[in-house]
Design a protein around this ligand. Structure first.
Ligand SMILES: *Cc1c(COP(=O)(O)O)cnc(C)c1O
Length: 476
């Protein structure tokens, strides 16, 4: 066996192999990476590691065999319902925000079919909604109606109300949205939904374990949780601002009856009566135990402190970015996420310039009236680096302003490539190769490919992205 090897590796050899395997990974421990990793410190990592390995082999497939996992899951749900003020709420532990959202959408679909006799339900969402809702609609064969956001990047309640129709199963708002980090007007959206007898989901994947602690610390936070009449379900990610190991989120329903539409049971085969609360069937106890240990280890007092520090850092970053000539923060971010754009130069080039200086920030595409931008997710590990970040940002911007004349975006040779691609003269693999992107190497200059993707119609850009991944996962 060439790929597997006939002789097993020793534990030491495996450790050594990891060193080589991970050499090109993002160095998130530097605190210079504003995405993907949420860490609350070394002690928390240690606690998580121990809990994770302690329950690594247990299986939550059959909760009657492992009551320990049910108990920890129920504890996690109870902590979450207390945070977002759902005294009657019930819920489940899931593998992440996407799974929580898939379940919320499936529940809404089956509720609409069972209680309202709607065979082909649809969803009404703001443009800023997380792609997981589009993925859910795609997976479950539902129509999704995406409504433009207001100039402040928040959902437009009047336009959303107008989009609700007799087939609508679910209205969605975010607290906050990922891309611009703003909280949608949840009370208005929930009222519009409730008036039509429609369910309302609040996507608090990123805010669910963040905003409540800010509010407890005395900050004013817009209403977003179960205290708002009409909010019927919420998603909260433990692996974001709960600082739990990856693979941890909760889905909550304000009323227990709603959750019945989430569950799956099957006995039409010659095996055991399989019953699943969530998407997964066999699921490791590791992430449940890891999440339980981290929440209990951090405790409310430290969460309040951590989240307040992150929030203060966000406000400082926003002020610092606004003070840099040529940069502008998008809207007024409400939590730990923010985005900024430039009206004078190409921010995709800025992303690469910052990468040269070992900062990782995320490029975001333009959509309708929202310009392309740079996204930052701020976590405790970033806080000590805020001044160094702003200094390098200002320095990169001044380099770009002196080297890149205004309007260079339009004259970009990449535009010609995008045009060739649009007119069908280029195949997708040709396009990937000709912009110098190598699917076998994930690091490197991103501005060129992002400019092309930005200029392509969404269907073609999505085809390029899928093809890029197709090739990446085939490269052995
Ligand atoms: C992260 C996120 C999600 C998706 O969660 P995953 O855990 O990545 O699957 C959904 N909504 C928002 C607002 C998010 O930030």
């Amino acid at each position: 066996m060439k790929a597997l090897g006939d002789d097993g590796l020793t534990a030491a050899a495996i450790e050594e192999a990891f060193g080589e395997i991970r050499k090109d990974d993002l160095d998130w421990k530097s605190g210079r990476c504003f995405a993907y990793v949420f860490s609350a410190g070394e002690d928390v990592q240690e606690v998580a590691k121990r809990a994770y390995t302690a329950f690594m082999t247990e299986n939550a497939l059959d909760p009657t065999s492992f009551p320990s996992l049910v108990r920890m899951e129920n504890d996690l749900v109870e902590i979450a319902t207390e945070l977002v003020h759902g005294p009657a709420a019930v819920g489940n532990f899931t593998s992440g925000g996407t799974e929580s959202i898939l379940l919320a959408v499936k529940t809404a679909r089956d509720h609409a079919r069972a209680e309202r006799n709607i065979e082909q339900p649809d969803l009404v969402v703001p443009d800023s909604v997380h792609p997981a809702f589009h993925k859910a609609a795609h997976y479950f064969g539902l129509e999704i109606i995406s409504v433009p956001v207001r100039k402040d990047f928040r959902a437009d309640p009047e336009a959303m109300a107008a989009a609700i129709n007799e087939r609508t199963a679910l209205v969605v708002g975010s607290a906050p949205s990922y891309a611009q980090g703003v909280i949608d007007p949840i009370p208005e959206l929930a009222e519009a939904a409730a008036q039509r007898g429609v369910l309302m989901h609040v996507d608090a994947c990123v805010g669910g374990f963040f905003l409540p602690f800010l509010e407890q610390s005395g900050a004013s936070v817009p209403a977003f949780d179960f205290r708002v009449p009409g909010v019927t379900s919420m998603s909260l990610d433990l692996h974001k601002h709960g600082y739990c190991p990856k693979g941890a989120s909760v889905i909550l329903y304000a009323q227990p009856a709603l959750r019945r539409h989430q569950l799956f049971a099957h006995k039409r085969w010659s095996g055991y009566g399989i019953t699943n609360a969530t998407v997964q069937s066999s699921r490791g106890g590791a992430s449940v135990a890891g999440a339980w240990a981290v929440l209990r280890h951090i405790g409310a007092t430290r969460y309040r402190k951590l989240q307040s520090e992150v929030r203060a850092c966000v406000l400082e970053l926003c002020a610092g970015i606004e003070a840099i000539d040529g940069l502008r923060v998008l809207g007024e971010p409400d939590g730990s996420l923010l985005a900024f754009c430039s009206d004078t130069f190409d921010v995709f080039t800025l992303v690469d310039a910052m990468r040269e200086r070992d900062w990782y920030v995320q490029p975001q595409f333009a959509h309708r009236h929202v310009p392309k931008s740079v996204h930052l997710t701020v976590t405790p590990i970033n806080v000590p680096h805020r001044e160094a970040f702003l200094a390098d940002l200002a320095s990169c911007v001044s380099d770009l302003r002196s080297t890149a004349p205004t309007g260079s975006v339009g004259a970009d040779p990449m535009a010609a490539l995008a045009a060739a691609f649009r007119s069908g003269q280029l195949s997708i693999p040709d396009a990937i190769a000709s912009i110098g992107a190598d699917p076998t190497k994930t690091a490197g200059a991103s501005a060129a490919i992002n400019r092309v993707l930005d200029q392509l119609p969404p269907e073609q850009a999505e085809a390029v992205l899928r093809e890029y991944f197709h090739q990446m996962y085939a490269a052995g």
